[in-house]
Design a binder for this molecule. Structure first.
Ligand code: ATP
Ligand code: MG
Length: 243
């Protein structure tokens, strides 16, 4: 039996029959505003608060200042968790944006540098959960499909060897394209998509597309983001009764 790790999303552990498979890499894919970053933070924050499992968040697409500020919308005080060395936030944004970083941990958009920093921090804070936001940004910096495959595989394999469960966030530009390069979903051991429907209903949804080694439902379910956190409803139809 695969050991499991709680997802931090209400209802998702139930859909997966206990949580993510431990020490694996899961791709979280969705459109702009689909809730991907918040989904990743919920995994880390709830891991710390409920399971005593420290975590690392790597941000390539947004300043950590903004990530911390946005997290307050859910009542999450990331800075307090950082001060207690339960959470480490790696700034991969400033250098890309041509800004001077005031952050404690800073890296360039480069896999080996990322890996070195992760290895160091996993050792120093005992992290068991890692979120890479986003793998799209990281892969964009790599030339050719072979290199992308090799580097993503390396990242996933090293995290697994260090007994970390990793979420890689992936940008979806349309409903058919789970990842930007069409390879990320093959490199990951699991894939979850977060979507929303345009128009008057504007409902969000979650679907487990793949989870190697686990029997799970493939049905798309309602997904709600609210002040009290993120929830998926395993027994509700997609466009049923929820508002
Ligand atoms: N307290 C809240 N309750 C419910 N929804 C919220 C709350 N705060 C923010 N949101 C929603 O979350 C969305 C942003 O979520 P998030 O940043 O996780 O998305 P994302 O998929 O990472 O987006 P991007 O592709 O831009 O990085 C906002 O567009 C807003 O609709
Ligand atoms: Mg985001």
């Amino acid at each position: 039996m695969l050991e499991r790790v709680s997802t931090g999303i209400n209802g998702l552990d139930e859909i997966l029959g206990g949580g993510y498979p431990k020490e694996r890499t899961i791709l979280i894919a969705g459109p702009a505003g689909g809730g991907k970053s918040t989904f990743g933070l919920a995994f880390l924050v709830n891991g710390i608060l409920q399971e005593d499992e420290p975590g690392i968040y790597v941000s390539f697409d947004e300043s950590l200042e903004n990530v911390r500020a946005d997290a307050q919308s859910y009542g999450w005080d990331l800075a307090a968790l950082e001060e207690q060395n339960l959470l480490a936030m790696i700034d991969g944004y400033s250098e890309r944006a041509g800004l001077k970083s005031g952050e404690k941990y800073t890296i360039q958009l480069e896999v080996d540098e990322l890996l070195n920093e992760l290895i160091r921090l996993i050792d120093s804070i005992g992290a068991e959960r890692v979120v890479i936001d986003s793998i799209t940004a990281l892969a964009l910096g790599l030339e050719g499909e072979n290199t992308k495959r090799r580097e993503i595989l390396k990242l996933s394999a090293v995290m697994s060897a260090l007994t970390c469960t990793t979420l890689m966030i992936s940008e979806m530009r349309n409903d058919e394209e789970i990842s930007r390069f069409g390879i990320e979903e093959f490199m990951a051991q699991g894939v979850i998509t977060l979507k929303y429907q345009f128009g008057s209903t504007g409902r969000r949804s979650l679907q487990v597309r793949k989870m190697r080694g686990i029997k799970h439902s493939l049905i798309e379910r309602p997904f709600i983001m609210s002040d009290i956190g993120l929830s998926v409803y395993p027994d509700e139809e997609l466009y049923d009764t929820l508002s």
